[in-house]
Design a protein around this ligand. Structure first.
Ligand code: PRP
Length: 211
């Protein structure tokens, strides 16, 4: 049995057509279902539904053999124990620094101000600001980061931007790009060796589907 870890939301919508092209069709409607283990049309392949942040962890420990995870989540996780054989080029967005409209970020940086930055991407944010030599106090949040500059919790946020609608709706502007993000196929390193005969055809089908 091969388990593929997926998360609901942004990545799932684009992953399902890709999996379907590779011959893996979920046996039920994932939007409606509350089930966490889902059979598929491909014999010996099942889907397990986890939080986006947990996909790399399930694959690292071999509880899932394969997974589809955003490169943002992989960077936070560190990627240990997993191969990343394929950039699926779906769920593309950008990890960006954003501030309240009217906040002069460039000047604050020039003046060497110590900035408070709210984010769920602590690792990426820490590396980015350290590389720029900007002093920051990072505040860990789990969602709705856009609220932080509006309520005085932080001067800036580090968050994903896709259409830019969420920033615009909340009077924020993006001021710096940290990374281009896309979904990656990841594979448990031990499973790749031990279950190669089952995993390789699936990988090949996904490579073809992602072209
Ligand atoms: C992301 C991000 C923003 C939004 C940006 O959230 O945190 O809130 O998408 O998209 P936009 O630029 O198209 O408006 P996501 O949907 O990944 O869910 P999350 O809040 O759980 O991170």
């Amino acid at each position: 049995m091969i388990s593929i870890a997926l998360s609901k939301g942004r990545i799932l919508d684009e992953s399902l057509p890709l999996l379907e092209s590779a011959g893996v069709v979920a046996s039920e409607n994932l939007d409606a279902s509350r089930k966490l283990i889902i059979a598929t049309s491909r014999a010996g392949v099942r889907l397990i539904i986890v939080r986006a942040t947990d996909v790399p962890t399930y694959v690292q420990y071999g509880a899932a053999d394969l997974g589809i995870a955003g490169s943002d989540m992989l960077a936070e996780h560190g990627g240990s124990g997993v191969y990343q054989p394929l950039d699926l080029r779906i769920a593309r967005c950008r990890l960006m620094v954003a501030v309240r409209k009217g906040f002069d970020y460039a000047q604050a940086v020039r003046q060497g101000a110590r900035l408070r930055v709210a984010t769920k991407y602590l690792q990426a944010a820490r590396e980015h600001f350290a590389a720029k030599g900007v002093h920051v106090d990072l505040i860990k949040l789990y969602g709705s980061m856009e609220l932080a500059p509006l309520t005085g919790l932080a001067d800036a946020i580090v968050d994903l931007v896709s259409t830019g609608n969420t920033l615009r709706a909340n009077g924020l502007v993006a001021v710096e790009e940290i990374a281009q993000i896309s979904a990656r196929l990841i594979v448990n390193q031990a499973a790749y060796k031990l279950k190669r005969a089952e995993i390789q055809p699936l990988l090949d089908a996904l490579v073809r589907a992602a072209r």
